[in-house]
Ligand binder design. Structure first.
Ligand code: GRF
Length: 198
């Protein structure tokens, strides 16, 4: 059984999507959602989906590590978590393990709404929209100590339509849809491919 914790600070639509998907898979459980914002909409989603939700102090590594131990968390999926995990917390999730011939250090994924390395950091969606690029997309990557710098797990791109170019809402919806397709693939990989390496 793979024990997964989702970390989120905001809306939580990717968290919800992962939870629904996890319930279609054998041998995986989302054992909790961790948030640093007690008023975030993700808290209500967790309640509705009956997944325990924990409020943590994003500056308190020891509290976070103690919670991970208590939950016996094996993987962290960051889904709109607006803080970097500290080296100490990353160390809790240390591997190493292999992905496509690369050594990966930590059992932590993140999803980012751009084609990294483009638009690292905050407001990536807005900056990607403003860029007028013809091709945009999303990235699922393994997390390292940097900001949106870890090894890429997968990227998916889409050509920008005239509707997307002129309407930020349409742009955002398109990117979110791609996210809902991509992030479950990482969960699937954990359950199928990673568990073979253990
Ligand atoms: C997503 O766009 C994700 O790529 C980024 O933060 C956003 C979270 O959205 N890291 P939600 O909270 O899952 O709705």
């Amino acid at each position: 059984m793979s024990r997964i914790v989702i970390w989120a600070s905001g809306e939580g639509s990717n968290a919800e999507n992962l939870i629904h998907y996890s319930r279609t898979l054998p041998n995986v459980e989302i054992v909790g959602i961790v948030t640093n914002r007690s008023q975030a909409p993700v808290v209500e989603r967790a309640r509705r989906l009956q997944v325990p939700c924990y409020h943590i102090d994003s500056n308190n590594d020891q509290q976070q590590i103690a919670l991970m131990k208590e939950l016996r968390a094996e993987w962290a999926f960051l889904a709109g978590y607006m803080k970097l995990l500290s080296p100490e917390v990353l160390h809790y999730f240390r591997g190493p393990f292999m992905y496509q011939g690369q050594d990966i250090l930590y059992r932590v994924f993140n999803i980012h709404p751009s084609l990294l390395p483009k638009f690292k950091g905050a407001n990536a969606l807005r900056r990607s929209f403003d860029s007028q690029d013809d091709e945009v997309g999303v990235t699922v990557h393994f997390v390292d100590e940097g900001m949106d710098t870890g090894p890429i797990f997968l990227q998916q791109s889409v050509r920008v339509t005239s509707e997307m170019r002129s309407d930020f809402f349409v742009f955002k919806e398109t990117i979110h849809k791609l996210e809902y397709e991509c992030y479950p693939k990482a969960l699937k990989w954990v359950v199928t491919e990673y568990s073979k390496q253990k």
